[in-house]
Design a protein around this ligand. Structure first.
Ligand code: CA
Ligand code: CA
Ligand code: CA
Length: 219
């Protein structure tokens, strides 16, 4: 009987390990890029005019959610809004026409059929610290991490092999919630297999083992 119980416990431990094994935030851009591997693309926002809304970045394989109906994240002059820059003069902001109050989080979606496995940026807000969150297709938080703030702009990146359907960048609420980012860098991966059935299979094996052990114990 004891051997059956330990087998069941082993399966449950394996499932828990799979769910948490890939948590890897980076505050160093070079280490992030090394971990993220090939296929990384960087957006400096220098190809946009100030005031342009950014609904998608095809080269990075992502689209953006609206800050509020009819308003996507917008390109601004980083120094002109009281922040800083990492490249050129432009940054991306969570605001309309850089006017307070600030608006919702910057929401980034992987294009259908793909997942975001790595995403990094510099927080050029100077005052606000930011939170980077990865969510799966069921809207469950995979992993998050908080950036620093100040000058020079601190980097924050997450590499997560599970892959996110949606990523959010938002203020942590320590300042005026108006945030800007620069040198957004992303790796996406095509969905070649759906991981859920395998995980569910392992989980159901664990449950079956528990049930079997329980039946044997009462017998
Ligand atoms: Ca820039
Ligand atoms: Ca606003
Ligand atoms: Ca701010």
């Amino acid at each position: 009987m004891k051997s059956f119980r330990s087998v069941a416990g082993g399966f449950l431990v394996a499932v828990a390990t799979i769910a948490s094994a890939s948590a890897t935030p980076f505050t160093n851009e070079t280490l992030f890029q090394t971990a993220a591997g090939g296929g990384l693309s960087v957006e400096t926002f220098e190809g946009f005019a100030v005031g342009n809304q950014v609904g998608s970045l095809p080269a990075l394989g992502v689209t953006f959610g609206e800050l509020f109906p009819g308003q996507f994240p917008e390109v601004a002059n980083g120094l002109g809004i009281g922040g800083t820059v990492v490249s050129g003069t432009n940054v991306l902001i969570n605001n309309d026409n850089a006017s307070l109050p600030a608006d919702g989080p910057i929401v980034i979606f992987a294009v259908p059929g793909s997942l975001i496995t790595a995403l990094g940026y510099f927080n050029t807000s100077v005052d606000d610290t930011t939170r980077l969150s990865f969510f799966d297709s069921n809207d469950v938080l995979i992993e998050n991490a908080n950036s620093g703030n100040g000058i020079p702009a601190p980097f924050l990146g997450i590499f997560n092999v599970v892959g996110a359907t949606r990523v959010e960048i938002q203020s942590t609420g320590n300042a005026n919630n108006f945030i800007s980012i620069d040198n957004l860098q992303i790796v996406t991966a095509s969905i070649t297999e759906v991981p859920e059935p395998g995980t569910l299979f392992l989980f159901s094996l664990g449950l079956a083992g528990l049930g079997f052990a329980r039946r044997r114990r009462t017998a």
